[in-house]
Design a protein around this ligand. Structure first.
Ligand code: NAD
Length: 316
């Protein structure tokens, strides 16, 4: 029986359910006593506790130190997006621990039925453009939580969500390197302290009262002439509704519009299974997917994006 260690029991609880549905044994770690994990931390875990794989589901800034504690217990470490602080950190870790397979969570990349359908349509008709939209009109993340503190979240809610969108584009194209041509990667802090939010711990605000947290992000590139846009935003005024959609414009003039919604548990199961079974050879091909995502995330520069977001929506 396979054994998986789950570190952090927020979204980690979902991993526990998924791993159990795969028939795996789970070992859990979380300092919050209310969550009744098997261990409060990795330092107090006996040395002889080993596992086939570990998944790190803790706040972003804790991912790398936790991964370093795990290397003596497992040779497969899955890290929740957006990975480590930078691509440099990620590659340094891979160089230091060459026997460990390091994976970034890309659950949306394993939404097999819809991706197969999209790829089949692209094979039949050709594709002009791919647009992955994750735009929340009103939603506010937990005020004052690590998610809304830039240095703890490595940017903020929009850049933090970008790996999902980028991995979907990679999966549709079956191409890790979606930076082959010039690309635009911009994010912006637009959310102002106003009557909606009273908690002044909601990130640090600059003198204009704008939160120091990236809440709108836009990525655009061309891959072999195909336009690829990824847009994530947490609060956008003047739009009619939320967009959690994938738009695939085919060369026959038809646009496939898929409403993504929350990622189903089957996708998490398919991802864990694929990572657990990945051969050394396949891993060498796989590595580029995570490195490209890290490279793009590192490249985001602060610049207004609202017009780009509105244009992207208007075209639909
Ligand atoms: N793949 C997805 O769709 C998805 C969805 C939500 C969150 N996430 C990612 O998952 C990670 C966790 O997010 P969340 O929403 O569950 O956060 P959360 O704050 O709700 O939960 C984090 C949990 O980790 C625990 N924790 C903190 N430090 C720890 C440590 N050193 N050792 C063990 N446990 C520790 C906390 O007690 C808490 O229970 C983040 O990286 C986030 O970006 C991914």
């Amino acid at each position: 029986m396979k054994t998986i260690c789950i570190v952090g029991l927020g979204i980690g609880q979902l991993y526990k359910n998924v791993a159990e549905s795969l028939g795996w044994k789970t070992i859990t770690v979380d300092p919050n006593i209310l969550l009744r994990a098997d261990y409060r931390d990795l330092l107090t875990m006996p040395d002889d506790v080993k596992f086939d794989m570990a998944v790190i589901c803790t706040p972003n800034h804790t991912h790398e130190p936790i991964a370093r504690l795990l290397v003596k217990r497992t040779d497969k470490i899955v890290v929740e997006k957006p990975g480590f602080a930078t691509l440099q950190h990620w590659m340094k870790f891979q160089k230091e621990f060459p026997k460990v397979k390091l994976f970034m969570v890309k659950n949306n990349m394993y939404r097999v039925p819809e991706l197969e359908y999209i790829r089949e349509s692209i094979r039949d008709y050709g594709v002009e453009s791919i647009k992955i939209l994750w735009i929340n009109k009103n939603r506010i993340p937990g005020a004052g939580s690590w998610f809304t503190t830039k240095e703890l979240a490595y940017g903020g809610v929009s850049v933090d969500l970008m790996p999902h969108a980028l991995s979907v584009a990679q999966a549709i194209l079956r191409e890790p390197n979606i930076t082959t041509d010039n690309f635009i990667a911009r994010c912006y802090q637009a959310y102002t302290l106003n009557d909606d939010v009273f908690d002044t711990n909601y990130g640090n605000s600059n003198p204009d009262g704008v939160y120091d947290v990236d809440d709108q992000a836009y990525f655009h590139t061309y891959v072999y002439g195909i336009s690829v846009e990824c847009i994530t935003a947490w609060k956008v005024d003047n739009i009619a509704r939320d967009y959690a959609e994938w738009h695939i414009k085919l060369k026959n003039g038809f646009t496939l519009k898929y409403t993504a919604g929350l990622c189903p548990e089957e996708a998490y199961a398919a991802m864990l299974d694929a990572y657990m079974l990945m051969t050394d050879k396949k891993y060498q091909e796989y590595i580029e997917y995570d490195r490209t995502i890290h490279h793009i995330i590192d490249s985001f520069i602060t610049n207004p994006v609202i017009d780009l977001i509105h244009n992207a929506i208007d075209e639909n």
